[in-house]
Structures are given as structure tokens and as C-alpha cells.
Design a protein around this ligand. Structure first.
Ligand code: ADP
Ligand code: MG
Length: 245
């Protein structure tokens, strides 16, 4: 399948002091692709996400977004970073702002939208994640699943070219996981480019175009979900799957 690349990492290496946390990472995410990243704890999945967004610096290699190299710092970086939305395990909503304000804030600050315009867009997106009626509430009045859907709406409000999810359902009570996964499934169907770190193998099977398996800072396998789950090649992947499935 020849897809137009959106996110490209070439020979990326990153260290935390002595720890070689990302080792010769080569990864291409095409436009509209959903790539699920799995692997044992400590294998570098979160670092990979943060690196794609340049929340972390790298020691060597290249990262580009839509054909443009990611600048190391400055205004150009802030601009490009806004093109890639990020959703974390902890929802990171502002506790003293309403749901609507949480979704509107960055639109005004980063995208320069007027309040009316931002609020209008926020309401559309809250509707899309099933939270139209919760706009005036504060985060603490919402369930974890609802808060995470607000965080997704907030990320979408920046009109990102891609979304990164780092274990978006790991902090949720089990009965709330599906409502978040359903929103993500919907985004995938609509063609959003997504990199998703998750332990939800059902999501990986049904939504992913590719599964990337990481171990010890390396990409060990990068295959279709069907291929990966039915026929993992590496011992690391076999071992990992035997523990979680
Ligand atoms: P994962 O998300 O797959 O669990 P991480 O990317 O969080 O893995 O971490 C990979 C490795 O890097 C781990 O050994 C972790 O302890 C280490 N690490 C993560 N963040 C830092 C940091 N800020 N400073 C030093 N070491 C870190
Ligand atoms: Mg992690």
C-alpha cells in the first residue's frame, strides 16, 4: 500500500544519560493510517510519542511532519507541534475551567480564534464526542471517561494533522474504556492519522492498519495486526502476547 507519509522518523536515537531509550528508530506513518504501538513497560513507547511531538530532544536522526523537518526549537517548533495533538493517560484538564473553556482555551491562544468562534467549534466537537450537554460543567463533575473525551475534543479543536494517544484508557475504570475507544474508532474511520499506545488489543485488531511492537528502545516488529497477532515472529513479541492475551 503506497500511502503518503505524514510522520517520518529516520534513524532516531535518544538517550537519557546512559540509557539508550530509542535505538535507531525508523517509522513512517501515512496519512489516514492508524498505528498502534505496543510493548512491555519501559520499552520506550511514551518516549517515542513525546519525541514525535518534540516534547523531548533527540541526539541523532530526523523527524519530519508532512514533508517538513521538525525544527529543534522556537516559534517554528511551537507551530508544528500544534499540528500534532496529544492525548495522555492523565487527562490534564484545567480543574478551574469549564469543559467548554477547556476546549476553547488553546484555540484562542495558539490558533488566535476569537472566543465566539472557538466556543462554536468547541460545541461542535463536544457534540461529536457525545458531551454536548456537559459544556458548562467542571472536570471534577465528569466521569473519567467523559474527561478523556473532553481531552480528545480539546486535541481535535486545534485541527491537528495527526493525533498521538499515550495509553488513553489506562487510568479509566473498566466500564468507561469503551466509550473512549468508540470515539477513537470513529476518528479512525473518518481518516484521522493516529499513533496509539495502548494495551487494548481489541482496538488494535479492529482499528489499526499496523502494529508496532517495541522492546528495549527498538522497533522489533512493524506489521499488520492480523499478521502480528496470529504469527508474531520475535521471541519478545511471543512472550509479550502470551502474557497479555
Ligand atoms: P514505556 O512508555 O514503554 O513504558 P518510557 O518511554 O516511559 O517507556 O520509558 C522508557 C525508559 O526510559 C524507561 O527505562 C524509563 O525509566 C526511562 N525514562 C523515561 N523518562 C525518563 C526521564 N525523563 N529521565 C530518565 N529516564 C527516563
Ligand atoms: Mg508509557
Amino acid at each position: 500500500m503506497a500511502v503518503d507519509p505524514l510522520i517520518e522518523l529516520r534513524d532516531v536515537n535518544k538517550y537519557y544519560g546512559e540509557l539508550h531509550v530509542l535505538q535507531d528508530i525508523n517509522l513512517t506513518v501515512g496519512k489516514g493510517e492508524v498505528v498502534v504501538v505496543i510493548g512491555p513497560s519501559g520499552s520506550g513507547k511514551s518516549t517515542l510519542c513525546r519525541t514525535i511531538n518534540r516534547l523531548e530532544t533527540i541526539q541523532s536522526g530526523n523527524i519530519s511532519l508532512d514533508g517538513q523537518p521538525l525544527p529543534a526549537e522556537g516559534k517554528a517548533l511551537a507551530h508544528l507541534r500544534a499540528e500534532v495533538g496529544m492525548v495522555f493517560q492523565s487527562f490534564n484538564l484545567f480543574a478551574h475551567k469549564t469543559v467548554l473553556q477547556n476546549v476553547s482555551l488553546a484555540q484562542m491562544k495558539v490558533r488566535g480564534r476569537k472566543r465566539d468562534e472557538a466556543d462554536k467549534r468547541s460545541r461542535e466537537l463536544l457534540d461529536r464526542v457525545g458531551l454536548a450537554s456537559q459544556a458548562a460543567k467542571f472536570p471534577a463533575q465528569l466521569s473519567g471517561g467523559q474527561q478523556q473525551r473532553v481531552a480528545i475534543a480539546r486535541a481535535l479543536a486545534m485541527d491537528p494533522k495527526a493525533l498521538l494517544f499515550d495509553e488513553p484508557t489506562s487510568a479509566l475504570d473498566p466500564e468507561m474504556i469503551n466509550e473512549v475507544l468508540e470515539v477513537m474508532q470513529q476518528l479512525a474511520r473518518e481518516g484521522m492519522t493516529m499513533v496509539v499506545v495502548t494495551h487494548e488489543m481489541g482496538f488494535a485488531r479492529s482499528a489499526a492498519n499496523r502494529v508496532v511492537f517495541m522492546a528495549d528502545g527498538r522497533i522489533v516488529e512493524d506489521r499488520t495486526p492480523e499478521d502480528f497477532f496470529t504469527n508474531p515472529r520475535s521471541e519478545r513479541a511471543k512472550d509479550f502476547l502470551s502474557k497479555i492475551l
